[in-house]
Design a protein around this ligand. Structure first.
Ligand SMILES: C[S@@+](CC[C@H](N)C(=O)[O-])C[C@H]1O[C@@H](n2cnc3c(N)ncnc32)[C@H](O)[C@@H]1O
Length: 291
């Protein structure tokens, strides 16, 4: 069951300091955090846990990051409702590169030249509002414009937003996988909604043992917006499934402080970092086979 702790903090800097401390923590097992600005310019940091955290470790981390001024918070079960939809209700459309990610209520915001991707806040992650998704979209626009990729994998596809972006903008086929069967169902629905149902193969797959990866490998482009821990664990598998001559990897879901350890894991597999972009405290790394 997912748990949540919501902490009110005074400034964006404090919110970022807390998020970075969470990301750097080796004891809290990579909790997910989201920051939201309030009407009075203060901030809320929502921390999501898949398992109950050690409350003493959490309290110490918060006290250190907040330099002693600890806001009141509780760790409580996330209400068993469609919380992703609830938390994202009414959000604005998001622009990244030439992409505009929007809900059906914002179709009139599409401008000439936009590559519009319609995604409803729903049961899967990826409406474009998160810095990791937006960072990946901007990088996709840049690298796929510069070069033609053959076989493409979107690992951890969520709503399918990144796979749909590639299919829509560049007419490319994409294998979109996720460990969550809800995400792959949502991806299929979103692919059809966006007119690229025939270009996206969505599969539920836990680990690279699933034969769908071997059937499509080697990949010339692998995009994985997951989290630092799984990205490090997957470095060997990702590198092995990459085209040995011309493979590119785009990684996101990691905080700025986690960049060096994720990069090191991929460098150890023979890749080299060619670009690193930051959006709202989240990094997007682009790596290629070292020549
Ligand atoms: C942060 S969301 C990214 C969604 C979307 N690609 C985007 O950029 O907005 C991460 C997704 O990765 C999936 N995931 C987590 N670990 C995974 C793994 N080891 N293999 C494949 N998918 C994974 C999660 O279920 C989730 O849907």
């Amino acid at each position: 069951m997912t748990l949540i702790a919501s902490l009110p903090v005074a400034t964006e800097e404090m919110a970022q300091a807390l998020v970075e401390a969470l990301g750097a923590s080796e004891e809290l097992d990579f909790p997910t955090a989201a920051t939201t600005e309030q009407a009075d310019k203060s901030w809320i940091v929502d921390i999501y846990f898949e398992d109950a955290p050690d409350e003493t470790v959490l309290a110490t981390l918060i006290a250190d990051a907040m330099k002693g001024s600890v806001p009141h918070y509780t760790v409580a079960p996330l209400p068993d409702e469609d919380w992703v939809a609830k938390s994202l209700e009414g959000l604005r459309p998001v622009r990244a590169g030439r992409f505009l990610v929007h809900g059906s209520h914002d179709r009139e915001k599409i401008r000439p030249g936009d590559i519009a991707i319609e995604i409803e806040a729903g049961e899967a992650f990826g409406t474009g509002h998160h810095g990791t998704t937006a960072g990946c979209l901007a990088e996709i626009d840049r690298i796929c414009t510069a070069r033609d990729f053959g076989s493409i994998l979107d690992l951890g596809t969520g709503t399918g937003v990144l796979a749909i972006a590639i299919a829509k903008a560049f007419g490319k086929r994409v294998l979109a996988t996720d460990i969550d069967a809800v995400a792959t169902r949502v991806t299929r629905e979103n692919a059809v909604l966006n007119g690229v149902g025939d270009l996206i193969e969505a599969e539920t797959a836990e680990g690279f043992g699933n034969p769908v990866f071997a059937a499509h490998a080697p990949f010339e482009l692998i995009i994985a917006n997951i989290l630092a821990g799984p990205l490090i664990a997957l470095a060997g598998d990702i590198a092995r499934h990459l085209d040995p001559a011309s493979g590119t990897v785009v990684l996101s879901g990691l905080l700025t402080a986690q960049g060096p350890s994720v990069t090191a894991a991929y460098e150890a597999e023979g890749l080299k970092l060619v670009r690193s972009g930051e959006m709202e405290g989240w990094l997007t790394l682009t790596l290629e086979r070292a020549r």
